[in-house]
Ligand binder design. Structure first.
Ligand code: PGA
Length: 251
């Protein structure tokens, strides 16, 4: 199966408007010369419109880092799928471990967010991954399968083409530690099998499964050589033009 590689940048709660615009402009230049890859950037909400202006006309897609599961209404401080779309977003991250951990998002809220985003026309990058404790208890597979089953509950088969899965072992996020490419590939294979069991083999085959957790220029090539790793979701190393350039341009 020939799956187009996806390189995604999660800027988290970083960068002011000026820095975001500069970084977007440098990413845009590289994206122009790499039409064989898909690029998505997830800026903070307040810089989305600025980044949108810079990347319009390029192949880079824009995404929100979170959304609320209701369509609109009295939810002070929240952002809806339709507002994200209105600001130029085509994608949204759902279930990032920082949301699950710090903001107590549970299986049900993650599932509701997936439904809302798809219903309102956003593509979803669903994040899953185990904690260090869970890894040490050797229950990685169970945790990841549970996260997938709950997040994908009652999602129609036709919507799977608008989804990506990002496998991010929590202990590898922002820590400088990363799963070995073989270990990551093994979990990606489990994810693909689970999608196949829940839906069918064709959509599982087509699903882009990204790895995230301390991805950098030095480890991307080896990661991308793995059969089931179809892309990367990059946090820290996506914040500097040179380091993200080396990831976008990996050989
Ligand atoms: P990191 O973050 O690359 O800084 O480890 C990845 C993520 O949380 O998406």
């Amino acid at each position: 199966m020939n799956r187009i590689p996806v390189i995604a940048a999660n800027w988290k709660m970083n960068l002011n408007r000026d820095d975001a615009k500069k970084l977007a402009a440098s990413i845009a230049q590289i994206a122009d010369s790499r039409v064989d890859r898909e690029f998505i950037v997830f800026p903070g909400f307040l810089t989305i419109s600025d980044v949108h202006e810079i990347i319009t006309g390029t192949t880079i897609s824009l995404g929100g880092q979170n959304l609320h599961y209701e369509e609109s209404g009295a939810f002070t401080g929240e952002i809806s799928a339709l507002q994200l779309k209105d600001s130029g977003c085509s994608h949204v991250l759902v279930g990032h471990s920082e949301r699950r951990h710090y903001f107590k998002e549970n299986y049900e809220t993650v599932n509701r967010k997936v439904h809302r985003a798809l219903q309102d026309g956003l593509k979803v990058m669903l994040c899953v991954g185990e904690s260090l404790e869970e890894r040490e208890q050797t229950i990685t597979e169970m945790v990841v399968v549970d996260q997938l089953e709950s997040a994908l509950a009652r999602i129609a088969l036709k919507n799977l083409k608008n989804m990506y899965i990002a496998y991010e072992p929590i202990w590898a996020i922002g820590t400088g530690k990363n799963a070995t490419p073989e270990d990551a590939n093994h979990v990606h294979q489990i994810i693909r099998k689970t999608i196949s069991r829940l839906f069918n083999e064709k959509v599982a085959d087509e699903m882009r499964i990204l790895y995230g957790g301390s991805v950098k220029g030095e480890n991307i090539t080896e990661l991308m050589q793995q059969e089931h790793i179809d892309g990367v979701l990059v946090g820290g190393a996506s914040l500097k033009p040179e380091s993200f350039a080396s990831i976008m341009d990996y050989k």
